[in-house]
Design a binder for this molecule. Structure first.
Ligand code: ADE
Length: 248
């Protein structure tokens, strides 16, 4: 006989506060199953805040303005950002790490993701337009993160990348079957994943490698290790040559 018990939240929780001008971008993402389950289990909390709610312009809720010195585009003003971040910080007693998503930031990599996950509380600032008034950076001293050397229309997609990659590190978020333990870049692993196959054993003349159906676990492990090595050599030689650093 087994007893019934109510699931109890376990392990560390991670609270995200996302500051954005486009909160609706996050609604589909927040209801996707893995994240919704993590939220339901009490492992992850996500609060999305509309920066316009902290505008000092009560009539039009404007939060941007033209740059001093001229130039194209608009900048997000310092005042609404500071009002918003200060209010958001006060919403929870846990100390928060402020992250600003920007192409000027440190390139996000798995070691940084693993560092962020246990921090407990992350405030993610999503930029739009030409960026923020520089005093936002001087006052908040945020961790500036980029998800790659390309320019997005705003930080929202990058914020989702941060959320998505960090929640995988929280015990209980992934089921046992989906453990992040073997992920390509986890725990200093610098190898790409080996190819995988499922049924049927043959499709349009393409057969699953014989070793995988042999039942010989030793040979399978060896084949997979060789494939990982080969793939990494072909596609990402840089991973074999470089030592992992805190930034990648
Ligand atoms: N905002 C615009 N481009 C970005 C990038 N590449 N990474 C993070 N935030 C961004």
């Amino acid at each position: 006989m087994h007893s019934q018990s109510t699931p109890v939240p376990f392990g560390p929780t991670l609270r995200f506060d996302i500051v954005t001008l486009f909160p609706e971008i996050f609604s589909g993402y927040l209801t996707q199953s893995l994240l919704a389950k993590a939220i339901e289990k009490g492992l992850v909390e996500i609060h999305v805040h509309n920066l316009r709610d902290w505008s000092v312009d009560l009539k039009h809720h404007k939060v941007d303005d033209r740059p001093y010195g001229g130039g194209p585009g608009m900048l997000i003003c310092v005042e609404p950002v500071m009002r918003c971040v200060e209010a958001v910080v006060a919403m929870d007693p846990r100390p928060a790490t402020v992250i600003l998503l920007t192409p000027q930031g440190e390139r996000l990599g798995q070691p940084r993701v693993e560092q962020l996950a246990p921090l407990g509380r992350l405030i993610l600032l999503c930029g739009r337009y030409e960026g923020f008034d520089h005093r936002v950076i001087e006052l908040l001293n945020p961790l500036e993160l980029s998800i790659g050397d390309f320019v997005l229309n705003g930080g929202e997609v990058a914020a989702m990348v941060v959320v998505d990659s960090t929640i995988r590190m929280i015990p209980g978020v992934l089921g046992d079957e989906q453990s992040s333990w073997d992920d390509s870049f986890s725990r200093g692993n610098r190898l790409l994943e080996f190819p995988q196959y499922t049924r049927p054993v043959e499709f349009r003349g393409l057969k699953v490698p014989e070793v995988l159906t042999s039942g010989d676990h030793g040979r399978i492990a060896q084949w997979r290790a060789e494939q990982s090595e080969m793939r990494t050599r072909e596609r990402r030689k840089d991973l074999l040559e470089s030592k992992p650093s805190a930034a990648d």
